[in-house]
Design a protein around this ligand. Sequence first.
Ligand code: AP5
Ligand code: MG
Ligand code: ZN
Length: 211
Amino acid sequence: MRLIFLGLAGAGKGTQALTLSQRLGVAFVSSGDMFRHHLSQGTDLGLLAKSYMDKGELVPDEVTIRMVLDRIGQEDCLKGFILDGFPRTINQAQALDKALGDREVQGVLYIKVSEPELVRRLSSRISCRACGTPYQKELLPQGATRCPRCGGELYQRADDQPEVVRRRLQVQIPEVQGLADYYARQRKLVEINGEQPVERVGEALVKAILR
Ligand code: AP5
Ligand code: MG
Ligand code: ZN
């Protein structure tokens, strides 16, 4: 099973892909998490990515494509994967199509959420540094500093500052629309209403995947 979760910043790609990949027994591949992991290790790639991420801009295609294609070439991805945050440009989508050949992606699930709700979610997001799980601050026990899932440290992502959130959405809106059109032409796009409780979005995704 090879799937892409498409959606704007804050749509719930990570939330859903983390749980669904476990349920389906496929690999979870998040380009954003990979960049943040590189940064935590202090690699050159991590530092390069940070200079774009902190401004809400896209990391250049060349390095992004190389990193993700390397990852999906690894053994655990043979049984399938969910891509979160990749592709994010038509260039990336074409590179992915070319790399996969006849092992093509079967479905692109476009999680749609209105802009005011995205801004609200991102302003109250707190994330785990170790496993990447995102939470809403108000749903965690007051004063929580550790991830309920893995015990990792909770922190606020640098790109969740209001002015960076605005820029991310500005950058992502035309890119995501272009990708939605690209995959609609391939008859792979399924739109999911992302503005309902987390469990309901999960059910809608499973229904679309098993269709
Ligand atoms: P990335 O890490 O992918 O960030 P993003 O696309 O901006 O998306 P987010 O992670 O912010 O949102 P999400 O959809 O995962 O939502 P989440 O589940 O957390 O990328 C970061 C940066 O890296 C980019 O800006 C770029 O610089 C670079 N980058 C990455 N990939 C790249 C690429 N391919 N090319 C170039 N550059 C790239 O949910 C959000 C919040 O809402 C959470 O708090 C969650 O708890 C909550 N929530 C989720 N679902 C619901 C719900 N149904 N109801 C209420 N709350 C909900
Ligand atoms: Mg995410
Ligand atoms: Zn964690």
